[in-house]
Design a protein around this ligand. Structure first.
Ligand code: CP
Ligand code: NVA
Length: 311
């Protein structure tokens, strides 16, 4: 049976730690180019990219990462997934005859599960679903590890905004690495109960998840403040309503001032400046958003090696 990466929860805490250590090594060895120890690690493998939503970072970093591991990339246009063309399970059953893994960005997580059920030989990687964004969380944890000199345990992050896919995967990864998370959302936009239960189940070293409706209370004395767009891809019809509901959840200078003096600002990007974050905060010295974007490359290469080559 193939391994998959649909969720951070597909890794044990130990595997997550190993993957992040490998990601750090891959980052430092990148200057070696074709001489890097992992440059041919996936030689002879074919990996498909199938994106049903827009992407800059995920698409570009998987494209480069697959090549830097010596594998072949296959770009699969999203229109093959239209239900009126053929059933999703038939797309899956064709792909497994030709390729080893497929990196999918889609809507419901159930579409990824349907893919897996139909294809015992194909590894499926979640490049963002409505519910989770595990590749983002790997890069986020790598970024914090760099900023905090390798000491994550006992730190606290506040996520301010929508209890969405990015928030869910951040919570999963943080809990498993001993980092506590405060999540501040408006009523009605909280994390799903399932994620709250999962957080409790995977928590290490006393890390806890605490939910707030007051963003000020959530960010007080934390080591990092994270936000994401208020309207995720697929929710565009709710834009005006969400903009009103989330207005008090903007990460601005006065909110950042409540966090620790050396707190970092995080965002998965794309950012809507003037909405969930001010220009001033995202451009400030505290902002690590482009480190997060860079680390997508290294963290995903490490994940692919773990999933496809058993590293
Ligand atoms: N953060 C992230 O996943 O960016 P893209 O949507 O551009 O891939
Ligand atoms: N929550 C956002 C993340 C984009 C990377 C979305 O799903 O659109």
């Amino acid at each position: 049976m193939s391994r998959h990466f649909l969720s951070i929860l597909d890794f044990s805490a130990e595997e997550l730690g190993d993957t992040l250590a490998l990601a750090r090594r891959i980052k430092s060895e990148r200057t070696l180019g074709p001489q890097a120890p992992t440059a041919r690690a996936l030689a002879g493998r074919h990996i498909g990219l199938l994106f049903e939503k827009p992407s800059l970072r995920t698409r570009v970093t998987f494209t480069i990462g697959v090549r830097e591991l010596g594998a072949e990339l296959v770009e699969i246009p999203a229109d093959v997934m239209h239900a009126d063309r053929e059933p999703l399970v038939d797309v899956a059953r064709n792909l497994e005859r030709w390729i080893d893994a497929v990196v999918i960005r889609t809507f419901g997580q159930d579409r990824l599960l349907d893919f897996i059920d139909a294809t015992p030989r194909l590894s499926v990687i979640n490049a963002l679903s409505n519910e989770e964004h595990p590749c983002q969380a790997l890069a986020d944890m790598q970024t914090l590890h760099e900023r905090w000199d390798g000491r994550l345990e006992g730190r606290r992050i506040a996520f301010v905004g929508d209890g969405n896919n990015v928030c869910a995967s951040l919570v999963h990864a943080a809990m498993m690495l001993g980092v506590s998370v405060h999540v501040a959302t408006p009523t009605g936009y909280e994390l799903p109960d399932e994620v709250v239960d999962q957080a409790a189940a995977v928590s290490q070293q006393g890390a806890g998840l605490t939910e707030f409706t007051d963003p000020q209370a959530a960010v007080r004395d934390v080591d990092a403040v994270y936000t994401d767009v208020w309207t995720s891809m697929g929710q565009e019809v709710e834009y005006a309503q969400r903009k009103r509901k989330f207005a008090a959840y903007q990460v601005n200078r006065s909110l950042m001032a409540l966090a620790k003096n050396d707190a970092v600002f995080m965002h998965c990007l794309p950012a809507h400046r003037g909405e969930e974050v001010t220009d001033e905060v995202i451009e400030s010295a505290a902002s690590v958003v482009f480190d997060q974007a860079e680390n997508r490359l290294h963290a995903q290469k490490a994940m692919l090696l773990k999933v496809l080559a058993g590293h």
